[in-house]
Design a protein around this ligand. Structure first.
Ligand code: GLA
Length: 667
């Protein structure tokens, strides 16, 4: 259906129409865009006007002007940003009077960096109840002195203040040019005649999803969640860095009490209010984790530059943190069914040992744990569960949650659970994160195989503990959605075989574009809310328990092919738009650049592993993650001898870190 933005009925489109008249972009650009989409705001700078874009605060040294560029992607003019001093300097567009909260938009823009740089579109927003602005990177691409198209969807909630969209770089503050900036309303193709997943699987287990506050802001996403899911996990907002109230902690510490960490549920409010109002159960995630927990929480005087606290003090802080979180949810959300909490997340390495001691935000230490720094080992886990058992509201089950749980680590997880429960019942269940891959670096070989996944289910089921699938997603390259559907179907066959042991299955995200692995479309719904073949493959053959809608499984296969066709078209136009990696939900999947042999360190042994694999790929094959890590010189150009050379240079102290990039003409 074609929409004319001036006739569209939604509030956002009305705002759009006002904007278009108050900020005229070239008529050709608007007419072009308006022909096929709900354009809210568009400019190609041909009218010489960039006044809607401003610098980011008084300390931003950028000079923003419209200039002629013979490489302009359209027309002859572009917005130029020169004189930048910091990578976060750049043009910023306030949404005030332009966009509406609770609406999903698509932004596309062409950006050129003067020389090799990662260019980003980011969102600045201040959550309700807070004065601290947050900065969310929406999409990135690499410019090598050429224009790259960045495309992303985004939204914000009605409680958020001072919302703006800005363009920055990840590396140096070199000059930028911007053209063809366009914001449109995102399409909504949610089909409510399809049976909700929660109804399909209602007899077996809860079917949940995870969302961040930004992701769930659009009314359209809320509709999807309500239709398909009966469990909700906050993607970030119940993690310690969201829940700890630093100002309140410091105030109490000033009175002499620095062992009673103060907490706030303000950041999680939009998610928890939504769950309460729609009677959706909540999985709490997470109390004790080495990541997304601020450094100051582990330091004397809550000062990140201070000394690490003693084990005894940390135990007190841990106890009171857990106690205060449970008290807050009980008091503020007495009617929400917090049926599960992840008490400890990701404490084991793949080898089953404790993590190394340290702080993840330090360079290349994302594996390190401040808990291990203080306790020396994993002895913090048992007290965490003891405290959680002591303070959890009745009916809340407690989980140990981890990734790569389908590999050898499963033995260590079982051993850990048994040790902790050796003198009581503290852990109720095991959380299998289930971040899976249908394809690996272009190969059509899934990892893990459904057989490996089933073996993990078998192992965990023998413990007598409950199992929850807590963060399911399955990445796929090149829009191979039929292959993905087959894999999802195999994984669900395994889960259904163990349904008596599994009480919840939670997918990590709603639509592909909002996933932390958005570049590889890992979810059940696409960016337009259409059910993907994977949806149909997992409902096929299951008789819905409490069917509220009418999709017969026999007809679902027919729909599959229609969906596939649509998706292929959408995807091919998206592919041409840029190298993108959206990271809207906090933690990114960070490679340890250089670590080709996956021994968690970068050494000459990695250079050898790379050279061997180049010489004889079959004999010296690198693992999928090893291949990602190995591409540490000019990331994205594949594995070459230069990657090995970069590691050797690092070892010799000639370069400071990885990844390393080749010299660029203007430097
Ligand atoms: C882990 C965490 C989640 C989330 C994902 C990535 O699996 O447990 O909370 O951060 O990584 O988004």
């Amino acid at each position: 259906m074609k929409h004319n933005p001036f006739n569209a009925l939604t509030a956002a489109a009305l705002a759009a129409a006002m904007t278009l008249s108050s900020f005229p972009a070239s008529e050709a650009a608007i007419a072009d865009a308006a022909d096929t989409e709900d354009v809210v705001f568009a400019t190609d700078f041909e009218d010489g006007d960039a006044s809607k874009f401003s610098k980011r605060g008084d300390n931003d040294t950028s000079i923003i002007e419209v200039i002629e560029d013979d490489k302009a992607p359209s027309g002859s003019k572009v917005m130029s940003i020169s004189g930048r001093d910091q990578s976060w300097n750049g043009p910023s567009l306030s949404v005030e009077g332009l966009l509406e909260p609770n609406v999903k938009y698509v932004l596309s823009v062409k950006v050129k960096a003067a020389w090799y740089n990662t260019v980003c579109v980011s969102l600045q927003h201040t959550p309700g109840g807070s004065d601290e602005p947050q900065y969310t990177n929406l999409v990135k691409g690499v410019s090598q002195g050429d224009y790259v198209t960045l495309e992303t969807s985004f939204s914000y909630g009605d409680a958020e203040k001072d919302v703006s969209i800005y363009i920055e770089t990840n590396g140096e503050a070199n000059d930028l040019c911007v053209d063809d900036f366009k914001i449109t309303l995102a399409p909504n193709k949610l089909d409510k005649t399809l049976t909700g997943l929660k109804d399909v699987y209602g007899d077996m287990f809860k079917f949940g999803t995870a969302t961040t506050v930004g992701e769930i802001a659009p009314a359209s996403t809320k509709e999807l969640v309500k239709h398909h899911f009966n469990s909700l996990t906050a993607g970030n907002e119940l993690k310690p860095d969201s829940v700890l109230d630093k100002a309140a902690c410091l105030a109490l510490a000033a009175e002499g009490n620095d062992t009673d960490p103060q907490v706030t549920l303000a950041n999680a409010k939009p998610i928890l209010d939504f769950a309460r109002d729609n009677n959706i159960s909540v999985r709490g995630h997470v109390l004790v984790w080495h990541q997304q927990t601020p450094l100051w929480f582990f330091k004397e005087d809550y000062d990140e530059n201070g000394e690490w606290v003693s084990k005894e003090k940390m135990l007190k802080r841990m106890e009171n943190y857990i106690k205060n979180v449970f008290a807050a949810v009980k008091e503020e959300y007495p009617d929400v069914d917090f049926y599960a909490w992840d008490v400890v997340n990701e404490a084991l390495t793949d080898g089953g040992t404790p993590r190394e001691a340290g702080f993840p935000a330090e360079s290349n230490r994302w594996e390190a744990s401040p808990w291990v720094k203080i306790f020396g080992d994993n002895s913090f886990i048992k007290p965490a569960f003891e405290y959680a058992k002591q303070y959890a509201p009745e009916g809340t089950k407690l989980y140990y949650n981890d990734f790569n749980e389908y590999m050898d680590k499963k033995d260590a997880i079982v051993k850990l659970a048994e040790e902790i429960n050796s003198d009581g019942h503290y852990i109720d269940g095991i959380g299998m994160q289930s971040h899976l891959n249908v394809t690996n670096n272009g190969e059509n070989t899934p990892f893990p195989t459904a057989g490996m996944y089933k073996a993990a289910l078998e192992k965990f089921s023998k413990t007598g503990l409950d199992i929850q699938i807590t963060e399911l997603d399955a990445t796929v390259n090149d829009q191979k959605y039929e292959l993905q559907a087959q894999y999802y179907s195999d994984i669900f066959d395994a889960i259904v075989a163990y349904k008596d042991y599994v009480s919840a299955v939670v997918v990590w995200g709603t639509t592909d574009d909002q996933s932390w692995r958005a570049d590889r479309d890992p979810l059940l719904f696409n960016k337009d809310y259409e059910a993907k073949p994977a949806y149909f493959s997992i409902v096929d053959g299951i008789t819905p328990s409490t069917a509220t809608t009418t999709t017969a499984t026999t007809t679902s296969k027919t729909t599959t092919s229609t969906t596939t066709a649509t998706e292929t078209t959408t995807a091919s136009s998206a592919t041409s738009s840029a190298t993108t990696s959206a990271t809207t939900s906090g933690k990114q999947e960070e490679p340890l650049y250089g670590d080709a042999n996956l021994d968690k360190k970068v050494s000459v042994a990695d250079a050898v592993a790379i050279l061997q694999s180049l010489a004889n790929k079959d004999k010296f094959e690198l693992q999928p993650q090893g291949r990602i890590n190995a591409d540490c010189f000019d990331v994205g150009d594949g594995i070459t001898a230069n990657d090995a050379l970069a590691i050797q240079k690092l070892d010799a102290g000639e370069i400071k870190g990885l990844p390393h990039y080749s010299a660029t003409p203007n430097k």
